[in-house]
Design a protein around this ligand. Structure first.
Ligand code: GAL
Length: 429
């Protein structure tokens, strides 16, 4: 457990006034306010989804000042945040997720949202996984937006029909289909060599190989025995085997470029989180018509998740009412439905209406509802581990993937070394 800072302790005392605060939450703000929001949503669908939030806030007299930093998975945005906070210029709102939320909240820089959560009944309405993710030391420190499923495989339906293919449930079937495509001169699997994208594929392969319990041993508990397990070696080997069906040369490109390959029929399949589905939809491609969305082979029973959340920097408390209003409106059922339909994710509310969802989202809802035994928290998207361990693992996996000279056994040993070293750092002297 992390230590509580004096600041968070002081805020919890202030939390006694939360009941009074809740009374003021339902009306639009009497005075217009503006919130600067730092995030990394820059693709077509991401922008559209952010605009839904901005438009809803405008009806509350609050101006959404956009501070988007390009770079998938927030690699650039998190760096910008660090330098801005050090310079005493923090934004009012930041897309802070998972472990990074705990790290920032331990510094005592974030606004507690206990009053909003209590009056909005979050503990009952939210999926337990989403609710526990926004808490730190018993306080609600962020508002969750949507639940992304990462272990999705999209396929181009025109290409699949042309070659008489059906989506593969197993890796053996996948290999047969991919080889058929390769022999016909078609790139079977779109992919970028950008480190976070390679590592996102790798964590999916770990889940396929060994299921959520082993996945958690590896990335959440960082059990060194798991790092010596042959299942890790197999997942690493599969990662390199898949290169055979990827574009050559393999370039470091944004994830939207790989999605574009699938859309244009330059590649038959693509493995990526369901933000890619949102993007294909934003380009006018309809799910189940232009492309299909199924679970990655051997992961149909599992949900590799990443939950986007917004946290509020408290700084001078001068924007508190507007920040609380933002947290309140994000959880409303209509906004959840609109935002998540565009973003590709599913609502954080339990029992959300699946009537207007596509098959991909409905499937995500069903599998996620099975609870912790089916759920695996994404390492790459900050759900499983602290930022520095995550960064070190991503770098090592990417080095192995891109360097012919590094064997799977070498990579396995190096991953164990990283985890041993980062665990040692966390121990008291
Ligand atoms: C994830 C984030 C998604 C999406 C994706 C690509 O980390 O949860 O919302 O933006 O990165 O950048």
């Amino acid at each position: 457990m992390r230590k509580r800072t004096g600041r968070t302790a002081a805020l919890s005392v202030l939390g006694a006034g939360a009941g009074l605060l809740a009374l003021t939450l339902c009306a639009p703000l009497a005075h217009a306010d503006a919130l600067q929001v730092l995030h990394w949503w820059t693709s077509a669908s991401e922008r559209k989804a952010a605009n839904v939030l901005a438009a809803r806030l405008a009806t509350e007299n609050i101006d959404w000042r956009d501070a988007a930093i390009p770079g998938g998975a927030g690699i650039g945005a998190v760096k910008v945040l660090k330098s801005r906070v050090l310079a005493g210029n923090s934004p009012e709102v930041m897309q802070l997720v998972g472990y990074s939320l705990a790290e920032w909240s331990d510094l005592g820089l974030l606004l507690q949202l206990d009053g909003v959560a209590a009056s909005g009944n979050w503990s009952r309405l939210l999926h337990p996984t989403a609710y526990s993710l926004v808490q730190n030391h018993g306080h609600v420190m962020a508002v969750p937006l949507g639940i992304h499923r990462i272990n999705n495989l999209y396929y181009n339906r025109r290409l699949f029909a042309r070659f008489g293919l059906t989506p593969s449930a197993t890796w053996a079937e996948f290999e047969r289909a991919a080889e058929k495509l390769r022999l016909a001169g078609i790139t079977a699997l779109a992919q970028s060599s950008e480190p976070w994208q390679v590592a996102t594929l790798f964590e999916t392969l770990v889940l396929a190989e060994a299921g959520p319990a082993f996945y958690r041993e590896l990335f959440v508990r960082k059990n060194l025995e798991a790092y010596a397990d042959p299942r890790l070696l197999h997942a690493l080997k599969r990662l390199k085997t898949l290169r055979r069906w990827m574009p050559t040369p393999l370039r470091e490109r944004p994830w939207t470029d790989a999605a574009r390959q699938l859309a244009d029929g330059d590649a038959a399949m693509f493995i990526m989180g369901d933000w890619a589905k949102g993007e294909l939809n934003a380009w006018g491609l309809v799910t189940d018509e232009a492309f299909g969305c199924v679970a990655v082979p051997e992961t149909a029973q599992y949900h590799l998740f990443s939950i986007d959340t917004l946290a509020m920097f408290s700084a001078s408390y001068s924007h508190q009412a507007a920040q609380e209003k933002l947290a309140e409106v994000v959880i409303s059922a209509p906004l959840q439905a609109d935002y998540n339909r565009i973003k590709g994710s599913i609502p954080v509310l339990r029992g959300a209406d699946t009537g207007k969802m596509d098959s991909c989202a409905r499937n995500s809802v069903q599998v996620f509802a099975r609870g912790a035994a089916a759920q695996a928290p994404s390492l790459v998207h900050r759900m499983a581990s602290d930022e520095s361990t995550k960064d070190a693992i991503v770098a090592e996996v990417s080095r192995y993937f891109n360097d012919e000279q590094v064997s799977a056994a070498d990579a396995q040993r190096r991953l164990a070394t990283i985890v041993r070293a980062t665990s040692e750092q966390g121990k008291p002297p």
